[in-house]
Write a protein that binds this ligand. Structure first.
Ligand code: DC
Length: 217
């Protein structure tokens, strides 16, 4: 099985780009951030429940429909609910907890044993799939990423103002890069790709070049 690890801060375009690459190259796309968001959503709904107990109560399922990954929390389809702004923060909070990371690690690795995967997240190249065939660290300026995230949230009708999105993004960047458990950092051997100012198609082309060359596709 072949695996491509794509890590980077939020808003760099990881998920939209990875989804397209997976479709074009015939790989399975695995969005690991969605898993943290499911745990974050549960924590938001059950603020009194200690996290260890919460993890015992969570039955998380991932199903693919027309190539799209849908997330289920105890049987409920939460694919849209986990995209809400407050769930971003909750996901970032729970992702700092080693117990939560351990809870998700085996699930994430098992996909790569049975499928050709493009997996995106924060620690895919460093922790989950250190032997991935290709590791990419996708990044962009904070303003550029906040603008994309803002547009995305507007399209869903749930956007706060741009300044709030930018300051939340900076806070999350800081948390993700400074937490003790699997901090966000480029993996050894990762190709760093900066998408600042790129259109979506330009970023897709840049990554395809890297992947095709390395995998001889
Ligand atoms: O990529 P995203 O915004 O959906 O991720 C949600 C949160 O989960 C984000 O704060 C970072 C965290 N995360 C992580 O710590 N490790 C991953 N592999 C994926 C996401």
């Amino acid at each position: 099985m072949r695996s491509i690890a794509i890590d980077g801060p939020s808003g760099a375009g990881k998920s939209t780009i990875s989804r397209r690459l997976a479709r074009d190259l015939g790989f399975l796309y695995v969005d690991t951030g969605a898993m943290y968001r499911v745990v974050g959503l549960y924590a938001l709904r059950h603020p009194e429940t200690p996290i260890a107990e919460a993890l015992e109560n969570i039955r998380m399922d991932m199903r693919y429909q027309d190539g799209l990954q849908r997330m289920y929390l105890n049987g409920e389809d939460v694919t849209d609910a986990i995209r809400r702004h407050e769930v971003c923060r909750a996901a970032s909070d729970v992702s700092a907890l080693p117990g939560v990371r351990a809870f998700l690690l085996d699930r994430q690795r098992s996909f790569a044993k049975t499928h050709d995967v493009i997996m995106d997240g924060r620690d895919i190249g460093t922790v989950i799939l250190p032997d991935a065939d290709i590791k990419i660290f996708l990044t962009a300026d904070a303003e550029d990423r906040a603008r994309r995230r803002y547009d995305e949230l507007c399209a869903r009708g749930t956007a706060p103002d741009y300044q709030t999105v930018l300051s939340d993004l900076r806070k999350r960047d800081y948390n993700d890069a400074h937490r003790a458990a699997a901090p966000l950092t480029p993996a050894a051997g990762a190709v760093i790709v900066d998408t600042t100012g790129n259109t979506f198609e330009e970023s897709v082309r840049a990554l395809k070049r890297i992947i095709r060359k390395k995998l001889r596709l």
